[in-house]
Design a protein around this ligand. Structure first.
Ligand SMILES: Nc1ncnc2c1ncn2[C@@H]1O[C@H](COP(=O)(O)OP(=O)(O)O)[C@@H](O)[C@H]1O
Ligand SMILES: [Mg+2]
Length: 168
């Protein structure tokens, strides 16, 4: 049950603050496993934005997500192809906007067609194109604590994303 909205005792509706959870990992393997967990919590139409510097672990998490969704191939960094499609029980669209200059470039990609609600959409460098993304998405912001430790702050920007965090 999504508890994001509902009537409280006095009949007023409650708008909850955006849900947020922070995880810490100490190795690539731990981040991959966290991605697997996240993948198992995702459903059709879910959008996950990955934000963080080069080497933060965005692709590692994406690989785990694909595995958690039952995909068999490794998710290689799609920097040169812009979008990789993985055949899992749900299709997974893995995009990398590192090389993208402007929001208009996103529009010209037919990116909107990927947001048709049938698959799961993972976007590296989501912070480069905020205006092109659906409002209801999960944002994962990576912070490098040291060589091997990463803090991953997951923020739900809408009700569907909040449900992901509840399932996680
Ligand atoms: N805790 C960790 N989580 C993820 N990657 C880590 C971690 N510690 C070290 N690494 C290393 O950091 C790099 C992350 O690479 P990658 O996922 O491709 O980054 P990005 O896609 O954000 O540019 C890999 O070389 C990986 O081995
Ligand atoms: Mg990457």
């Amino acid at each position: 049950m999504p508890p994001s909205e509902g009537a409280s005792g006095d009949g007023a509706s409650e708008a909850r603050a955006a849900a947020e959870r922070t995880f810490e990992t100490s190795s690539e393997e731990e981040t991959r496993r966290l991605g697997e967990r996240l993948g198992k919590a995702l459903g059709p139409g879910d959008v996950v934005g990955l934000i963080g510097d080069l080497g933060a672990g965005k692709t590692v998490l994406a690989q785990g997500i694909v595995a958690g969704l039952g995909g068999r191939e490794d998710a290689v960094s799609p920097s040169f192809t812009l979008v990789n499609v993985y055949e899992a029980p749900l299709p997974v669209y893995h995009l990398d906007f590192y090389r993208l200059g402007r929001e208009e470039d996103v529009e010209s990609l037919g990116f909107r067609d990927l947001l048709d609600g049938r698959g799961v959409v993972l976007i590296e460098w989501a912070d480069r194109v905020p205006a092109s993304l659906p409002g209801d998405r999960l944002e994962v912001a990576f912070r490098r604590l040291d060589e091997r430790r990463r803090a991953l702050r997951m923020r739900a920007l809408g009700p569907a994303a909040a449900r992901i965090l509840e399932r996680l």
